[in-house]
Design a protein around this ligand. Structure first.
Ligand code: TYD
Length: 136
């Protein structure tokens, strides 16, 4: 989907294990200003997200376990499964996302291009649809 990209994180593997590295600008497309992570999702029916961003760029990686990211561009939906620490999902602004199907002990880490700003969020789906219409 336009605005979403899978990025392969570099893996330096040796007998001691895996070392993954994402560095700006090679694998990370922006300079990170904020990191947050979601873990201890105890109910497998939990769905998070339900929002889009106007300016924020994000990279999501499921460091352990797995989860699904539902993406919506206002006219179609796509599900991206994040299930290994080498697979990063880069989301540009303007996509509606829902995070679901968290496995037990999963950790979803999110790298963000900006500090937290509630005014950058679109949390109403109808408003998001109108926003996308206006973008065309
Ligand atoms: P919320 O947007 O509901 O999380 P999700 O995208 O997983 O559905 O965020 C939960 C709460 O945490 C909400 O009150 C906003 C707050 N929050 C911050 O204070 N800083 C942050 O960087 C983030 C991502 C959320």
């Amino acid at each position: 989907m336009e605005g979403a990209e899978i990025i392969q994180v570099a893996n330096i593997r040796d007998q001691r294990g895996d070392l993954f590295v994402a560095e700006y600008p090679k694998e990370l497309p922006f300079v990170v200003r904020r990191v947050y992570y979601i873990c201890n999702v105890e109910n497998s029916k939990t769905i998070r997200g339900f929002h889009a961003h106007k300016k924020l760029h994000q990279v999501m990686i499921c460091l352990g376990g797995s989860c699904d990211i539902v993406l919506d561009d206002g006219s179609k939906r796509e599900i991206v499964k994040l299930d290994n620490p080498g697979k990063a999902l880069y989301l540009k602004p303007g996509l509606w996302r829902e995070m679901q199907n968290f496995s037990v002990n999963s950790t979803l880490v999110v790298f963000a291009s900006e500090e937290y700003d509630e005014s950058d969020y679109i949390r109403d789906y109808d408003e998001f649809k109108r926003y996308r219409e206006e973008m065309r």
